[in-house]
Design a protein around this ligand. Sequence first.
Ligand code: BDP
Length: 710
Amino acid sequence: MMLVIALSASPAHAEDGYDLWLRYRPLRTEQAAVFQHHASQLVIGSATPTQTVTRQELLRGLGGLLSQTPTLSDTVTRDGAILVGTPTSSPLIQHLQLDTQGLGNEGYLIRSVVVEGHPVTVIVGNSDVGALHGAFQFLRLVQTGQPIDHLDLHDAPRLKLRVLDHWDYLNGQVERGYAGASIWDWWKLPDWRDPRYTDYARANASIGINGTVVNNVNAGAEILTSRYLQKVAALADVFRPYGIRVYISARFSAPIEIGGLKTADPLDPQVQRWWRAKADEIYKLIPDFGGFLVKANSEGQPGPQDYGRTHADGANTLADAVAPHGGVVMWRTFVYSPTNEDRAKQAYDEFKPLDGHFRANVLLQTKNGPVDFQPREPFSPLFGAMPKTPMMMELEITKEYLGFATHLVYLGPLFEEVLSSDTMTHGKGSTVARVIDGSLDGHTLTGMAGVANIGTDRNWSGSDFNQANWYVFGRLAWNPTLSSRAIAEEWVRMTFTNNEAFVKPVVDMMMGSREAAVDYMTPLGLHHLMGPGHHYGPAPWDASEARADWRPVYYHRADRDGIGFDRTRTGSDAVDQYAPPVAAPFNDVKQTPEQLLLWFHHVPWNYRMRSGQTLWYELVAHYTQGVDDVKKMRETWRQMDGYIDPERYQQVAAFLAIQEKEAQWWRDACIAYFQSISGLPLPPGFAPPQHSLQYYESLKFDNVPGYSAW
Ligand code: BDP
């Protein structure tokens, strides 16, 4: 008897995070009752695949949230109907004469109006996909408990391409993936279309993502063979109703490897013909194919420089091939060479002179910072430096350098920090967001890419909180001026609960989590101290990598006298890649924000910080603060017990325990190492490292996820 009661009180199935933020669980009865008045009837067509999926989503969402499914109807007959469509698909909507200018192809408006004498909510786009985005926004309002009775919303994406980059290999492995294997079952495609592909498309469409690059930038040529193109086409078919296009990472030397040519020289007419024919073949199978992403002459990948050509020559050849079909080329600027005195300078040195040399359908895809997705970097100086070229930003959603799957690090503040940075290229207010949304230099081809954190784990992203990083990427790609806190709150409400006692502390915890990670890993502008290759854990002492610019010691440059990378005019002069009003403070140790101090300056251990304490003191204090912050996060989470399901609660709790252990390891290993260099005693009041430096140095790791598998 007891058992029966216990079973019937538990939810239908255990929570495993699969639903992501599209978790349409019943709202509180009083709240549901209010909303039900505004969701009595659903008037929506089903003449196109997009209309059909929009209808399904609204039925599923409203049915789940309100415990009552609206009745479907061809016309409005009741108060509280929801009318969805476009001015061309629905005569009722056309009749309303709404101003849909400014919504573009993907935007929407949601308005409370009167139709046939009934109060109604209309959700309208200029296209079916616009209406789909509006439907997701409407569901978000209901799900987060916003009032829906006097609505007058309109919204459209500020960026054109909002793309996930999957670093997935065709054998199922995911480079820098911490959430299991690739969700693309290449082997069974195109015949078997896993239902998960549809859920993936729903999740992306709900946050406005409209593109997916299905394979790793470290690409093989095989994906461009007809056998694989059939598979990609099957994915494109699944995604199309959701307004999502597919893209392929193209290997630059593919004309040799699968084309039988002797060269991949981009100026060779045969090579150009090969790419054009390949593009024609792709567009026959996938008429709305998005285009190519290319990593060239970077970390050993082939590229135009192998033939004495420039990045522009390479990009333009591919761009010409896809241009007749409306495709684009996203050409990455992630390049660095061991001969440059400073890795941070290479991309600017190589690309800046090429401004104005690219075809109109080329975007340069540039990582947020000049080195490599570190916990904190200044913005890349390429933003603002190439006004004649569409600059697209690349962010890393997967936490390669931020604790893999287990550390709770909400990346919203990191993304917001770079987007709101001021390049000063056109005076004050020339933010990075305005570079990438095209408004600063008048570009309409704009975009943002995020390296996906998605895998076969039931919860998609390796942890429940990692889902928030996928979510915030999509929301910021839609509108890079949104606040990361507001997005976090939305996500918490949708993913967990609207209970204020949960929402506020959890959002606060998320908002502080990135700074905590910076503090326990790489405070005060330090960077790239992670273990060699796999990037797991601290290894500031490491000099084992073949290339100098892969070694942590290259980045921190700690010696008896001080620590930090001198990038001032007396050092590598990376500062002068920024506009003069940005370069000047970065060049001046007194004006550089302390959070970037050691990025730009080599300073003595006893340098006086703004606090009046020495640098050595502050370094130890920051490392310690990071660990203390994680302890506080654990305490916050302990108080959340009982507000959500035990399954997700317990996994988060367990992961936070891992995070605390690893934060402590980071702190202790870094302090032990830097102390061995500075020779200074630990400032009073701080606990000594738990182990000796030799112990930390002796730790070696095999089978690290996302790396050692291949
Ligand atoms: C680095 C990653 C490496 C990627 C590279 C890239 O460690 O796995 O291939 O970036 O972005 O951060 O190309």
